[in-house]
Design a binder for this molecule. Structure first.
Ligand code: XMP
Length: 510
């Protein structure tokens, strides 16, 4: 089966490139940029993609590449930094610029015989770069330009070398997928043979080989990621998998008992339930820093696992439902971009932990996980349920987490989700949730002055959680949500609507 290698120069979109290539039916793997050309050749890649990255080719410690890579005969596509690097290494001219071009641009197509076949003129592309290619290397032609990049697309078709300044892998590049497919199919002649169905088989086999007859533990969060992880591991090793479902007291209303029943009865998982809500509450007392909350919750989870695991004897592996956006946002690869959030799945692990990790979904995005869930025949309601963060309601309670504030948020959350479902919107949204602010405001109810809490309503649409748009909800829907929350939730007298996209905001408030 054809394989595309993606060399990673630290872009936060590298995984997205892999995913788009998977969507186009081709298997792809990501390797660090400093893999030597001879090792790359041994991998026998049908094509190579050089990812973007935050550096400038002129920086002292810029991640570089041996030009030998262009001689091994595989077609190459450079994206953003990858394009600049290609131009730099092959004798073109890269203009070093401090000024960033960030956001949307319009692509003017100059030549449609190669990478840009079938691309409309003036199509929207998404840029995020400082340096730009001023002069392509000898042999290349410029086939597309934008207002700020005179060589936004360059290609040397005979040698099958291509480069784009913009990011074809992000959805904001309207015809990005077509450009990638031109590279893979018409320019490189690959065959679409990879299917997501193979993923479960591949991972099951891998886990079976890795684990043998040893034991694995897995914490279920109630979300689809950890559940799919558990089901794949279960397929591989059956009852050598021990799942835990910890009630951290930060779940949505009714979730703990409902889910326990389904895990055991419907999915036949070996699940141990642990009620630790009091413990979490005690540890979170007085804590207001979002990062501290995340760390505390993550570490406590792991400690509980360890304690529970000790009860079942020797355990070697911990299976986790880490998915791609968690990895990207917690561990930017050698880039200057700072850590955004320590996601519970990733950031909370103490280094002293002795388990080996099994993370079968690490390369996947949410919708890919959902498609696996369908193959595994999970119930539709479980599959379509919105993502819910590991640290639960704690990261939706800005300020201190107390049992009163949890109750209040649970009630508001319940009403919100009910209204969204009633409006037939639940499945159209990526997430719909309420946030409790540590702010009180003055109101009037009946004839009395009130001084009560503010709840934020957050409705977002997103393809993968990496970027998100706030949802332009109808005033009628917002009115009914607001009315019901203010009237039914004791202690709330104001509801506000969050109209922030990601970036610059994140989806969760903490
Ligand atoms: P942010 O807030 O970073 O969230 O824009 C992106 C997506 O990830 C979810 N999220 C988490 N998921 N553990 C998780 O498993 C976490 O700690 C965590 N924090 C955020 C969030 O709900 C959104 O879908």
């Amino acid at each position: 089966m054809d394989k595309v290698l993606i060399l990673d120069f630290g872009s936060q979109y590298t995984q997205l490139i892999a995913r788009k290539i998977r969507e186009l039916g081709i298997y792809s793997e990501i390797l660090p940029f400093d893999f030597s050309p001879s090792r790359i050749k041994k991998e026998n890649p049908a094509a190579i993609v050089l990812s973007g990255g935050p550096q400038s080719v002129y920086k002292k410690d810029a991640p570089l590449l041996s030009p030998e890579i262009f001689k091994i005969g595989s077609p190459v596509l450079g994206i953003c930094y990858g394009l600049q690097l290609m131009a730099h290494l092959l004798g073109g001219k890269v203009y070093p610029s401090q000024q960033k071009e960030y956001g949307l641009a319009r692509l003017k197509v100059l030549d449609r015989r190669g990478l840009l076949a079938g691309i409309k003129d003036d199509t929207q592309v998404w840029m995020s770069h400082g340096d730009r290619v001023e002069k392509p290397p000898p042999g290349f032609i410029v086939s597309g330009k934008t207002a700020n990049s005179s060589a936004a697309v360059m290609e040397w078709r005979e040698r099958r070398l291509f480069g784009v300044q913009f990011h074809p892998e992000v959805i904001h590049t309207k015809q990005g997928k077509k450009i990638l497919s031109n590279f893979l199919y018409s320019q490189t002649g690959l065959k679409a043979e990879w299917k997501m169905d193979f993923f479960i088989e591949r991972k099951t086999e891998e886990i079976r080989r890795q684990v043998g007859r040893k034991k694995v533990i897995c914490g279920l969060s109630g979300g689809v990621d950890s559940l799919v992880t558990a089901l794949i591991v279960h397929r591989a090793i059956k009852d050598h998998l021990f799942c835990f479902f910890v009630d951290n007291g930060l779940l949505r209303r009714g979730h703990y008992p409902d889910l326990m029943k389904r895990f055991r009865n419907q999915l036949a998982l070996n699940v141990i339930g642990v009620d630790a809500s009091q413990l979490f509450l005690e540890r979170l007392k007085g804590i207001t820093s979002p990062e501290k909350k995340r760390k505390i919750i993550g570490e406590l989870f792991i400690r509980i696992f360890k304690k529970e695991a000790e009860k079942i004897g020797r355990v070697d592996f911990l299976a986790q439902g880490t998915i791609c956006p968690d990895v990207i946002e917690s561990h930017p690869v050698n880039g200057p971009s700072s850590q955004i959030k320590s996601h519970h799945n990733v950031g909370g692990l103490p280094s002293s932990l002795n388990f080996k990790l099994i993370e079968p979904l690490r390369e996947l995005f949410k919708d890919e996980v959902r498609s696996l869930a369908e193959q595994l025949r999970l119930g539709k309601d479980l599959i379509s349920q919105h993502p819910f963060p590991g640290p639960g309601l704690a990261v939706r309670i800005v300020g201190e987490v107390t049992s009163e504030r949890i109750d209040l948020l649970r009630e508001a959350d319940d009403i919100l989700v009910e209204e969204i479902k009633r409006a037939g919107l639940y499945e159209k949204l990526w997430q719909a949730f309420a946030v409790l602010l540590p702010v009180k405001s003055v109101g009037v109810m009946g004839d009395r002055r009130t001084y009560q809490s503010v709840v934020v309503v957050r409705l977002v649409r997103s393809a993968d959680g990496m970027t998100a748009d706030w949802f332009p909800a109808r005033p009628k829907l917002l009115a009914s949500i607001s009315n019901r929350i203010v009237n039914e939730v004791d202690g709330v007298n104001r509801v506000v609507y969050d109209i922030t996209t990601k970036p610059p905001g994140t989806i969760e408030w903490e």
